[in-house]
Design a protein around this ligand. Structure first.
Ligand code: BG6
Ligand code: MG
Length: 233
């Protein structure tokens, strides 16, 4: 699949949990909806919603609450949740960009690599604009481009990103915080870096806790070693 990480021409970043921490806003809004429907769910359950599309998240939450709702009524519920979520994200500022992200994006740019976004969120453009990062992106794939049933772990999100960037999958590094997102990137054939814990993201080529204190050169070196070791074994 992959020759050498030194041939990499682009990086694609997931949004939620990689560039900004919006999981708590999703949690607050979904929980409000669940409470209105007469049940609650835990923060541990909320973890399972990371990287999962809006509609799919609703289906999981309804399952946890033991509630069945006709398909035609589901859009009204996701719309309600989204209104509450948008109220939060409209307040976001650059202060909410996760530590180390801006330095890392600058390094990627200075190295002459192209930059893409690969997110399940239909609110991605609002969030990226709100925190002032839009100008960094040469390609932008968000939930508005992904048909139902083709969300992560399907590779489509990253395939479209690679296409928009005009590079090969094997010339691209994807950064992801969700297990399903890592699987999607691997299915696409990119180098894949998990941002978070190895227990959840162990299937990535490399896992780092966050961008804080990580330089691009170091990530590339670690990836080169990890993929060489993997292909030897
Ligand atoms: C992903 C989040 O990035 O986007 C999920 O990790 C979320 O939790 C999904 O459900 C869809 O987001 P939105 O903004 O379209 O509801
Ligand atoms: Mg994410």
């Amino acid at each position: 699949m992959i020759d050498s990480v030194m041939n990499v021409k682009a990086c694609i970043f997931d949004l939620d949990g990689v560039i900004v921490d919006t999981a708590r806003y999703h949690f607050t809004a979904w929980r409000r909806l669940a409470n209105e429907l007469g049940f609650d769910f835990s923060e541990a359950e909320n973890e399972k919603l990371k990287g999962v599309s809006r509609r799919q998240s609703l289906n999981l939450i309804l399952e946890w609450g033991g509630i069945t709702i006709p398909e035609e009524e589901k859009t009204a519920l996701t719309d309600r949740k989204n209104e509450w979520y948008v109220e939060h994200i409209r307040q976001m500022t650059a202060d909410e960009i996760l530590p180390g992200v801006v330095d890392f994006l600058n390094e990627v740019k200075w190295a002459g690599l192209r930059v893409g976004l690969g997110s399940a969120s239909k609110n991605a453009r609002t969030i990226i604009t709100q925190v002032g990062l839009l100008e960094y992106f040469d390609a932008f794939v968000d939930g508005t481009l992904i048909p139902r049933g083709k969300g992560k772990p399907d590779p489509l999100t990253f395939q479209l990103g690679v296409e928009q960037l005009g590079v090969l999958s094997s010339e691209c590094i994807v950064f992801e915080d969700a297990a399903k997102g890592v699987t999607a990137a691997l299915n696409c054939g990119t180098y894949t870096v998990g941002i978070g814990s190895p227990e959840v993201l162990g299937h990535a080529h490399l896992v780092i806790p966050s961008f804080e204190n990580y330089r691009l050169a170091e990530v590339m070196q670690l990836l080169e070693t990890a993929t060489m070791t993997n292909s030897d074994s």
